[in-house]
Ligand binder design. Structure first.
Ligand code: NAP
Length: 300
């Protein structure tokens, strides 16, 4: 890891941290706010830039940016949709977590090589721990995960590792079934795949996780939940979406939590990997909430 925290010795030039986010498109990302807040709170110099890469330039740009990181002209990169898998061939190694889910959202330099990590896993783990009190009287824990893309892979990995029985429901059953390749060794929970249709009403999950973009700005009225089917009253709904802070799915549920906490935690973990410093999570959360509230005001 980049454990070289800023050198404050007299006569030494102060370290200037250079981070960035690769993805496409990147219009409304909260990541610059989260990381700049962390840098500022710790009185570190640096910046976090959005690095949008149009698909037609992906090979050239990924190659250039990873060389910059290897040469020390950058200190860390985050990766988002649609490049979490595409970036893997440019890296020298993957952490166990990134290898297990087959996706990278954080890249750091270690010695002369680049390492790909996945802090979405730690981000969702942190949120699951906060929900523990809701589930602690349940001897068998059943989760229904909606969607089977990159974020669902991180969520399913965490749940299976924690011993949950997991059903993944997607619009294409074969996509849901494809997540079977991440079942951890020594996993005590079970895995099944289903079609995301009315049949999910017959399941009685303790936790429902929305890992689809349905309901996300700019289509806040959408929901992944099948029409005409009620959401189980006993289930806690965790929606990975954070913009808007309360989705249609959350409003229709008895008990729900949005994805901002996961976003902050994955950013905090990336920041800690890159700088070796403890991330100021509450300040980061507050800054993200303020940016989201500002965005909501400007569209109302
Ligand atoms: P992704 O790789 O594109 O996967 C999206 C999944 O959702 C696919 O299975 C897709 O199925 C399905 N889907 C898309 N639209 C749907 C709809 N209208 N109804 C039902 N299923 C639908 O995206 P991702 O990276 O997994 O991200 C998913 C969501 O999680 C996004 O909203 C993202 O912002 C959020 N996220 C949040 C955090 C956080 O920290 N809170 C972290 C990561 C991701 P098809 O292939 O059939 O379209």
């Amino acid at each position: 890891m980049n454990r070289a925290a800023g050198d404050a010795r007299p006569g030494k030039a102060e370290k200037v941290w250079r981070f960035g986010l690769i993805g496409w498109p990147l219009g409304h990302s909260l990541s610059p706010t989260l990381h700049q807040t962390a840098l500022q709170a710790l009185a570190l110099k640096g910046d976090y830039k959005l690095l949008p890469i149009p698909p037609e330039r992906v090979d050239q740009e990924l190659s250039t940016l990873t060389i910059c990181l290897r040469d020390g002209n950058l200190d860390g990169l985050n990766v988002t949709i649609p490049y979490k898998q595409a970036v893997i061939p440019y890296l020298g190694a993957l952490t166990e977590a990134a290898r297990a889910v087959g996706a990278v959202n954080t890249i750091y330099r270690e010695g002369g090589r680049l390492v790909g990590d996945n802090t979405d896993i730690g981000g969702f783990s942190g949120e699951l721990a906060k929900m523990e009190a809701f589930f602690n009287d349940k001897p068998v824990r059943k989760a229904l995960v909606l969607g089977a893309g990159g974020a669902a892979r991180a969520v399913v990995y965490v749940l299976l590792k924690a011993g949950w029985d997991v059903t993944v429901a997607a619009r294409r059953r074969e996509q849901a079934a494809g997540l079977a390749d991440i079942i951890p060794i020594h996993c005590t929970g079970s895995f099944s795949a289903a079609l995301l249709d009315e049949s999910i009403a017959a399941m009685s999950p303790d936790l429902i996780v929305n890992a689809t973009p349905a309901g996300m700005w700019p289509r806040p009225d959408a929901t992944p939940w099948p029409a005409g089917v009620s959401i189980p009253r006993d289930a806690l709904v965790y929606d990975l979406i954070y913009n808007p802070p309360e989705t249609c799915l959350m409003r229709a549920s008895a008990l729900a939590r949005g994805g901002l906490g996961m976003l902050v935690e994955q950013a905090a973990l990336s920041f800690e990997i890159w700088t070796g410093r403890a991330a100021p999570r509450s300040k980061m959360l507050l800054a993200a909430e303020q940016q989201l509230a500002g965005a909501m005001e400007s569209i109302q």
